[in-house]
Write a protein that binds this ligand. Structure first.
Ligand SMILES: Cc1cc2nc3c(=O)[nH]c(=O)nc-3n(C[C@H](O)[C@H](O)[C@H](O)COP(=O)(O)OP(=O)(O)OC[C@H]3O[C@@H](n4cnc5c(N)ncnc54)[C@H](O)[C@@H]3O)c2cc1C
Length: 511
């Protein structure tokens, strides 16, 4: 009997895996993952993402092997690999999950659509997350999301009919691949076992302080779920996370206790919804990877002299604004920082440094272990103020520092040049008199860089540039289009007020 192919993509798990379950019901299965070197040459990929993928493939192989069928892992051009596989096994059906990825994977899937039709292979793509294909707007989108998340999960396979061992084990194949060869020390561990453990620990106790602690980088690392790279590679299903967190919430509610925990799980549930809300934007409008969602902002931050130097200082975490540098260095080393700090970093890069988000998006993407194109490009644009439907937010680096790291503990951890500087000066060390700089062993301009500029002044200049741009262009028709296509249910009937919203928000936070 010809096998049914299960093409693993970003669903590297056996639990709640509709593609796997459907294939198992049809006959012997051939589970395969294809490592595509061309993808790993894209500017948004990095060693830490590759390491996470490798660990996830090995864990998947272990789970499948326990069911009697090891994972086949191949490296190379997708079409060539499937052609060889087809010549050998003459399969007629293959299952996978739908993928909402960057332009590269989109084109590859189109290529595979043609291949499958040419070879008379029926390719069945199952729904992944709450993203929907072919949507013109968001009507009933939220309802269908909840329905999908509340539906029964695909059962854990008890057994399967095997096709046989691959020519080389997954371990041997992966050891021989020369992709991003450097080893990352502080990397978050990948794989479905690591994902399950993380989820269990989060729901057991860490989530209790989620709501209160998610904003500061001092606490967020512990109280946030840290499930994002697992969602990105599908080592844990979003539906499973949703359902078990809802069960935990009900259990806590029934005891009428620990309302802080219940509130935190409510906030967490909203974030799971956001995951798909942002990915849906890329699914509906793939061009947002390359140009502003609101076309009226095309050309807003055209390349200008000094971009390279400012980008370099950003990349090195040497802007001379301690809290921002601490966040940049922490992210660069560990591959993760919390949402609020991501938003602040991108806003500072886009407003104070006036760097176009297309320049900074690959830098941040490479740092993130959890790079997820749909969320990443949508969020980059939102924080850079190019969506036309979100209020622009110009964060003050000093105010954020005082609010989120009042004693400078996080700064001292990540910017050791400032380790002796007392709290009084830690947020603005450039204001320290020279005798203090000498006493605390930190000469500004020598041990720690001069600030790249006056943050208040740079924020004002950015606001003025945006206001001038908006005055010169008629932004409203395109803003209305963006809102019609991407606006969530709650903003359905709101007429966008680009000018007003921008100016009003930008007055905040200039500190
Ligand atoms: C500029 C920018 C770029 C980003 N790029 C990515 C990215 O490439 N990949 C990515 O997964 N997240 C991205 N985010 C969203 C968010 O910062 C991360 O999902 C979150 O910090 C991951 O940590 P966590 O798993 O502990 O999240 P938790 O707070 O525990 O939330 C649980 C899950 O909800 C989802 N989620 C949480 N916050 C958001 C959000 N604001 N938007 C969409 N989904 C959310 C994520 O899937 C997350 O894993 C980005 C945010 C910004 C501002």
């Amino acid at each position: 009997m010809n096998p049914v192919v299960v093409w693993f993509k970003r669903d590297l798990r056996i639990e709640d895996n509709s593609a796997l379950t459907a294939a198992i019901a049809e006959g012997p299965i051939l589970p395969i993952y294809v490592v595509e070197p061309d993808y790993w040459r894209m500017s948004y990929t990095s060693a830490r993402q590759w390491q996470f993928l490798q660990e996830s493939l090995l864990a998947l192989d272990q789970s499948l092997t326990a069911l009697g069928q090891p994972l086949w892992v191949a490296v190379g051009d997708i079409e060539e690999i499937f052609t060889r596989l087809h010549q050998r096994f003459q399969f007629q059906r293959m299952h996978s999950h739908q993928e909402t990825g960057p332009g590269w994977t989109y084109s590859r899937d189109q290529q595979m659509k043609v291949w499958s039709e040419r070879n008379h292979v029926e390719w069945i793509e199952h729904r992944q997350h709450g993203v929907m294909r072919g949507r013109a707007d968001r009507r009933h989108w939220a309802k269908q999301w909840t329905q999908l998340m509340d539906a029964s999960r695909a059962p854990l396979p008890a057994t399967l009919t095997a096709i046989g061992n691959p020519p080389k084990s997954a371990t041997d194949v992966l050891e021989g691949v020369a992709i991003h060869p450097e080893r990352i020390i502080d990397a978050q561990p990948g794989g479905l076992f690591a994902g399950d453990e993380l989820l269990a620990g989060f729901l057991r106790s860490r989530a209790e302080n989620y709501r209160a602690g998610m904003s500061s980088p001092l606490t967020a690392r512990t109280v946030c779920s840290r499930l994002s790279p697992h969602l990105s590679l599908g080592t844990v299903s979003l539906r499973t996370i949703w359902q078990v967190s809802q069960m935990r919430r009900d259990e806590l509610k029934s005891t009428h206790e620990r309302s802080r925990f219940v509130g935190s799980l409510k906030s967490f549930g909203s974030r799971l919804h956001w995951h798909c809300h942002f990915m849906q934007k890329l699914e509906s409008e793939p061009r947002l990877e390359f140009e502003p969602l609101h076309r009226g902002f095309i050309g807003l931050r055209d390349h200008q002299s000094g971009d390279e130097e400012r980008l370099q200082r950003l990349t090195e975490g040497c802007l001379g604004w301690p809290f921002v540098d601490a966040c940049l260095r922490c992210l660069r080393q560990t591959g993760w920082i919390n949402f609020r700090m991501r938003a602040m970093l991108v806003a500072i890069a886009s407003y104070h440094l006036w760097l176009d988000w297309t320049l900074t998006a690959p830098v941040f993407a490479r740092w993130f272990t959890d790079f997820e194109a749909g969320i990443h490009f949508s969020q980059m644009q939102m924080q850079a103020g190019t969506t036309g439907i979100n209020a622009n937010r110009i964060y003050s680096p000093i105010k954020q520092s005082q609010d989120q790291d009042p004693d400078g503990q996080f700064i001292r951890q990540w910017v050791p040049e400032l380790s002796q500087v007392p709290s009084e000066w830690i947020h603005t060390p450039w204001r320290m008199p020279i005798q203090h700089q000498q006493r605390y062993g930190c000469l500004i301009g020598q041990h720690y860089p001069e600030p790249i500029g006056d943050p208040v002044q740079l924020g004002r200049e950015a606001r003025a540039k945006i206001s001038a741009w908006i005055k010169q262009h008629d932004m409203r028709p395109e803003a209305a289009r963006v809102l019609r296509v991407h606006g969530s249910r709650s903003t359905k009937n709101r007429v966008p007020k680009v000018k007003k919203a921008s100016a009003q928000q930008m007055r905040l936070d200039l500190g």
